[in-house]
Design a protein around this ligand. Structure first.
Ligand code: SF4
Ligand code: SF4
Length: 382
């Protein structure tokens, strides 16, 4: 007999859900959902589970991650029960359940906790720069650029990057492992033949790289008088994600190559990659911030405070990164040094909070859920 949690709908409200008790179980939402199929039928089932307080059933379900929040179900719901927003809230709630530290729950349910953590990490970065920075010099390079590596030697910054990447990878990977254990070795034990883990693995890579399921959704974007199906949202999301992954790789793995005092010509791969990452991040950010301000689509009508924190941190990182580049090649040493420190004071909290515990975690959870769901379905057919 499954256990009922009568307070579950109240808990979910903290994660963004509205009153799903308005639902009268008609099934319209599932009928219109392009992502739903016989094997993974949602969102009606998730609405029912939430109303009944079947939180254990939801915890082991992958359905919330298979929804790409096109909003079609919410606009079709005759009771305005907001099933799309419920799926979003369930993803936040599940993220906090996968996280064994309890920090994710704190960040999702308390503004004070999230702001304090951002402030603490930013202050820590500032202290580290004050203690370990190199000399500030007004002497410029032969090309008239700023000697950034004198103030912040790449080797020192790289060691900091590796420590940070190690910490956030540890939390994220351990949380992904918990997600796997909950789904396959929780109350319902699912036996998956070993071979399937390998034969299905390409789907994990494929969905991480392409985010192809976005193109399946019913999401329409208004461009002038045209309604364009799916692609603007998918392209914006893909540009944002690819820009982020590229920049993260250059900063953590190839910093010696990326942070040079020598100013390469504009067509050099170092600058082309940097410009592409900046373009991808800026394009995605403008698209999402504009949508959230305009609130003209079902999926951006409701914004949880953690969505704004994420967009604020990412925008701050991108803007200060652009400024460092401009000041450095323009030969403005003090502006470069100060903005470089501010850049890291925003970048580090953005990565340390958002990647393992909050919004960025979906970049890993979503493709992993698609992979696990394929394993699950293949195992059931065996
Ligand atoms: S959420 Fe709305 S559309 Fe879905 S089953 Fe309930 S009432 Fe029907
Ligand atoms: S938001 Fe879109 S993808 Fe998600 S459950 Fe609703 S219809 Fe399906």
């Amino acid at each position: 007999m499954p256990e009922l949690n009568p307070g579950f709908s109240e808990i979910l409200k903290k994660y963004g859900a509205f009153d799903m008790n308005a639902c009268y179980n008609c099934g319209t939402c599932t009928a219109v959902c392009a992502m739903s199929d016989e094997e993974n039928s949602f969102p009606r089932k998730m609405v029912r589970y939430s109303v009944l307080g079947l939180d254990n059933e939801i915890q082991i379900s992958l359905d919330p991650w298979l929804c790409y929040y096109c909003g079609e179900c919410s606009s079709s719901c005759p009771r305005d029960a907001q099933p799309g927003e419920l799926m979003m809230s369930l993803r936040r709630w599940q993220t906090s359940k996968y996280d064994w530290t309890g920090l994710s729950r704190k960040f999702y349910t308390s503004k004070a906790w999230e702001l304090a953590a951002i402030g603490f990490l930013a202050a820590m970065v500032l202290v580290l720069f004050i203690l370990f920075h190199g000399p500030m010099t007004t002497e410029l390079t032969a090309q008239g650029g700023v000697k950034l590596n004198t103030f912040a030697p790449w080797k020192q910054i790289e060691i900091g990057d590796w420590i940070m990447a190690g910490i956030l990878s540890f939390f994220l990977i351990s949380n992904i492992l918990r997600m796997y254990l909950m789904v396959f070795h929780g109350e319902k034990k699912i036996r998956v033949p070993l071979k399937l883990y390998f034969t299905q693995f390409w789907k994990l890579i494929f969905h991480f790289v392409t985010q192809w399921r976005f193109t399946k959704s019913n999401r329409k974007t208004r461009l002038g008088r045209l309604n364009i199906k799916a692609s603007p949202y998918w392209i914006s999301h893909w540009l944002l994600m690819s820009g982020y992954v590229l920049l993260f790789t250059m900063i953590v793995v190839f910093l010696e190559w990326f942070q040079t005092d020598f100013i390469h010509p504009w067509w050099h791969p170092q600058r082309i990659f940097g410009y592409y990452a900046t373009f991808g991040l800026s394009f995605g950010l403008i698209f999402f911030v504009y949508g959230r301000i305009k609130r003209d689509q079902e999926n951006n009508k409701h914004t949880h405070f953690t969505d704004w924190t994420f967009l604020f941190l990412l925008s701050g990182t991108v803007i200060t990164g652009i400024l460092v580049h401009i000041f450095r090649i323009s030969g403005l040493p003090y502006a470069t040094y100060y903005v470089y420190v501010i850049h890291f004071m925003i970048l580090v909290p953005m990565l340390m909070i958002e990647v393992p515990f909050s919004k960025w975690a979906h970049l890993a959870y979503r493709p992993f859920a698609v992979y696990l769901s394929n394993l699950q379905n293949a195992a059931y057919k065996k």
